[in-house]
Design a protein around this ligand. Sequence first.
Ligand code: DAK
Length: 260
Amino acid sequence: MDLKSVRYSVENKVGTITIARPEAMNALNKQVLTDLRVLLHELDQKREVRACILTGEGEKAFVAGADIKEMEGLSPAQAREMAVQGQALMQKIEDLPFPVIAAVNGFALGGGLELALACDFMLASNKAKWGLPEVTLGLIPGYGGTQRLSRNLGRALARRVALSGEMFSAQQGYEWGLFTQLCEPADLMPAARKLAGVLATRAPMAMAWVKEAINHGSDRTQAEGLKLESDLFGRTFETKDHLEGIKAFVEKRPADFQGH
Ligand code: DAK
C-alpha cells in the first residue's frame, strides 16, 4: 500500500491509523481521503484486525476539518459530488465489520468531527476541542455531521453545535455523552489500546452483528429493529465461535475466538 498522508501499523490484531499532516492540523485533503479509502478497502478485505484506532499525528489536532484551501472555486455540482464521496467514506468506516475507536487527541472540527462520528467510540484528550464550524465559512457539514450528531446527541444539542459553529471543550463533550472517556494527553493512546485490546478478545462476527443491529436497526421502527436483532441472533448459532464461547464458559477459561 502506497500511503502518503496516512500511517498504518498493526500489533496483536489491533490496527492503528494515523492521519499524518500535522503541518495542516491533519486537515482532510484529497490525498488523506484517497489514502483512507485505499487503506479501509484493504482492511475490510484482509480481516487481519479485530479492532482499530484512528488518531491524528502530533499534539494539536485530531483533524481540523476538511482542507479549506482545497474548497476554493468548486462548482455546486463538484461540491455535491465531494460530499457524496466523503459521506461514502464515512459510511465505510461505520460499516467496517470491526469496532473503530477515534482517539481524539486535539482539534476535531468540521470534517474531523464527522470522521470521529463515523467511529464506534470517541475517547478524547482533556485538551481536545470540537465543533462544527461550517456555518462560520458559509457552509453546512457535508460529511454526515448533521445526521450523525443528531443521532448521537439528539436534535437539540446537534442544533446547538451546528448552528452556533462554536468550539466546545472535551469536558462538555464528555458531559453530553459524545466522548466515552477523557484522558490526560499522554494517557490517550494507552487508553485507546487498552480498550482495543479488550475488543480484540471478543467474538469478531458477534461484534460485526452488534454494529449492524445498532447502526442499521436504530433508524427503523422498534419492531423492525427487533426483527433485525433476532435474525442476527439466529446467525450467531451458525458460527463456530458461539460453540467456543459457551464451551469456554463451562470450562471456566477465556474463550479463544477464531472469527468464524
Ligand atoms: N484546512 C486547511 N488548512 C488548515 C485547516 C483546515 N481545515 N486547519 C488548519 N490549517 C492550517 C492553517 O492554515 C495553518 O497553515 P499555515 O498558515 O501554517 O500554512 C496550519 O494549519 C496551522 O494552523 P493555525 O496556524 O491556524 O493554528 P492555530 O493553533 O492558531 O489554530 C485551529 C488551530 C484549528 C483553531 C485553526 O487552524 C482553525 O480554525 N482551523 C480551521 C478550522 C475549521 O474551520 N475547519 C473547517 C471546518 S469546515 C464539503 C464537505 C465537508 C466540508 C466542507 C465541504 N464538501 C463536500 C464540499 C467540511 C468542512 C469543514 O470541515
